[in-house]
Design a protein around this ligand. Structure first.
Ligand code: NDP
Length: 609
């Protein structure tokens, strides 16, 4: 077990009871239905505030080898890999006005990445970028995306401010027909979709939103005309303004300290307190960075991924709160096995979790001076029920006179009025409401794009997946030839460092595409048998997490408490973990393409010499 001798004893029964009580306060019948999409009369919440002039251009009618959907890191990594493999005939279709994806849209004040920049920002060595800090600012990550675009000569290949409306397979032409809201018609041999899971703005269904007469916007569409300043802060136009922030997730906790620097008053409407770990940001050691040998970034990414997958490593290169937690789990599990392994391993994990969460709660108490506010800011659930967060500013902000934590007792804001918000029976008059309420993470990759996807014989993906996700590796689908998903989480994988997932799946898609083009493959489609085999492998490796999710406080990781509504292993990630997953897809490319796909050829199949 852990070295608990120096730590106060934990009353685990009392804690468990408290966790369940806090969960029960937050369970609600409407689950995910409590949120709604920023469309129709709410479309302004998702409109692009960053383009000065809407683009005017003629519709395009063209043929290309690859249509890449999305210009965030997923699309950029795909396009870069295509270039590396000598495939130059492709189009990138992107809704925003530039590359960047998440980092194009999210420009709120205080924005930084919560994964170490040396592993999060891909292609650092290839492009020649040195992040200036351990946790890079959003503006720096956005600039890196643009640099990737220039380095790989992608700007000429991109159609910005363009939304895909339909992707349909034309069996006769053996092409995908990609249609857009600008009247484009692109005939592509291959399609690779990479819209990212966090791109669909989500609003809370609080009664009265439309009544409010002040300013309102979503955190991912920041209104700098109203606030002044930029993503580094300096929101000087907020002098004299009373601001409400709804949401204390990853976005909210970064925004709130910057608002507090300038607003007359900031009201933080909290439904569930987040886990706030130490951030420990620092400038990059330039000598250290310059001394890294070629290939260092991949090694570092792999090291992080291995540790958080529970695979022991000789050293912990990143050494952050993510790896700290998993090393503690590993140490405790090792001790458990050494001592004969009595009792279930879940109990060992739970003990580590309780200890970690006690530390998190102690930090809240140590930082926040007002005891009642500190009590309200303590999270009472298991460490991984929600994505753990990192900040050395958020908790401290409650020691300022111009910041109030409005504890809604787990119920959230109950009403929005003409001039403010109501929570826990009290009205708070404000001038502006900022929704830091996140994104629809439950939506499947193609749904995030909001277009219709039609495969062979007119089969839509909705129809194909009506009883659950069916795919090979979460990236290829029977009935959808030459179609690849980059960022495929359902039946695929996810690493806490999401760009790592994107990198491995982009490499997978581009290797296959480049090989097909070289071999004159017109269409390659994975078989039903391959999907069945993957399903069986998924089932064999599935960890039943239903008990863990059931006890968690509601959030997007457990379908807002209604986790039983979602298929269990079918839509889940591969239970063997991301390291094993990467090996599987690599081996598949080397050994199993012939077995698992049917292929047609442009010309007679070349005969091996
Ligand atoms: P989240 O979904 O994480 O947070 C939404 C917040 O809104 C929660 O605190 C939620 O409370 C709250 N909320 C929702 N409805 C109400 C209501 N009716 N009343 C009061 N509060 C409400 O969104 P974020 O934008 O913060 O983050 C989205 C994703 O983006 C996360 O996965 C995050 O990890 C990621 N992200 C990553 C960053 C990075 O650095 N890598 C930076 C920013 C975001 P409750 O918890 O009770 O549901």
């Amino acid at each position: 077990m852990t070295d608990s001798a120096s730590k106060p004893a934990i009353d685990t029964e009392a804690l468990r009871k408290k966790y369940l009580e806090e969960r029960d306060k937050r369970l609600r019948r409407d689950g995910e239905q409590q949120y709604f999409e920023a469309s129709g009369e709410f479309a302004e919440f998702a409109a692009d505030p960053y383009v000065d002039e809407p683009l005017q251009r003629e519709a395009i009618d063209e043929e290309t080898d690859v249509a890449v959907i999305g210009g965030g890191f997923g699309g950029l990594l795909t396009a870069a890999a295509l270039r590396d493999k000598g495939v130059g005939d492709f189009r990138i279709i992107e809704q925003g006005g530039d590359f960047g994806g998440t980092w194009y849209w999210n420009r709120y004040p205080g924005i930084r990445c919560d994964i170490e920049s040396y592993i999060y920002m891909p292609l650092l060595e290839e492009v020649g970028t040195m992040p200036t800090e351990r946790y890079a600012r959003g503006s720096e990550i956005f600039a890196h995306c643009q640099k990737i675009g220039r380095h790989y000569d992608l700007y000429d290949r991109a159609l910005f401010q363009t939304k895909v409306t339909r992707i349909a397979w034309d069996d006769k032409a053996v092409r995908w027909i990609v249609e857009t809201d600008r009247g484009d018609r692109i005939r592509a041999r291959f399609v690779s979709v990479a819209q990212g899971p966090l791109s669909k703005v989500k609003l809370p269904g609080i009664p009265g939103i439309r009544k409010f007469t002040g300013t309102m916007f979503h955190s991912s569409r920041w209104n700098y005309d109203y606030t002044g300043g930029d993503s580094h802060g300096g929101l000087t136009k907020l002098a004299g303004e009373r601001i409400a922030v709804i949401g204390t997730g990853a976005s909210g906790i970064q925004i709130i300290p910057r608002l507090a620097d300038h607003a007359e008053h900031v009201y933080v409407f909290q439904r569930t307190p987040s886990v706030i770990n130490v951030r420990d940001n620092r400038p990059t050691d330039i000598e250290w960075f310059a001394s890294q040998p070629y290939g260092w970034q991949r090694e570092r990414m792999q090291n992080f991924l291995s540790i958080i997958s529970g695979l022991p490593q000789d050293k912990d290169m990143v050494g952050d709160s993510w790896t700290d937690f998993w090393k503690r789990v590993g140490k405790a599990m090792h001790a458990h096995h050494e001592s004969g392994g009595e009792g279930p391993p879940e109990a060992v994990m739970q003990q580590v979790d309780f200890e970690k969460m006690e530390e998190i709660r102690r930090r809240v108490e140590e930082v926040i001076e007002d005891p009642a506010t500190a009590e309200a800011a303590k999270p009472w659930y298991n460490y991984l029920c929600k994505r753990p967060l990192y900040s050395d500013e958020f908790l401290h902000v409650f020691n300022r006179d111009n910041v109030t934590l409005v504890d809604t007792g787990g119920q959230g804001v109950s009403e929005i009025t003409e001039s403010g918000l109501v929570a826990a029976g009290e009205e708070y008059p404000v001038d502006c409401i900022i929704f830091a309420t996140g994104f629809d993470v439950g939506a499947a990759a193609y749904k995030v794009g909001g277009y219709e996807l039609v495969g062979k014989g007119g089969l839509t993906l909705d129809e194909k997946w009506k009883d659950g996700v069916r795919s090979l590796h979460g990236t290829q689908i029977c009935g959808f030839p030459n179609f690849h998903i980059v960022g495929g989480v359902n039946q695929g994988t996810t690493a806490f460092n999401f760009t790592h997932t994107l990198a491995m799946q982009a490499e997978h898609a581009c290797d296959i595409i480049a090989q097909c083009l070289e071999d004159g493959v017109a269409a390659m489609e994975v078989t039903e048998e391959a999907e069945r085999r993957w399903n069986a492998q998924m089932e064999a490796k599935h960890h039943d997490m239903s008990h863990f999710h059931e006890e968690c406080t509601p959030g997007f990781l457990n379908n807002e408490g209604n986790f039983k509504d979602k298929p269990t292993f079918i839509g889940a990630t591969y239970g063997g973990g991301p390291v094993e997953y990467e090996q599987i897809i690599r081996e598949w490319r080397a050994q199993h393409i012939e077995r698992d796909t049917v292929r047609s050829y442009d010309k007679a199949k070349p005969v091996a010499a």
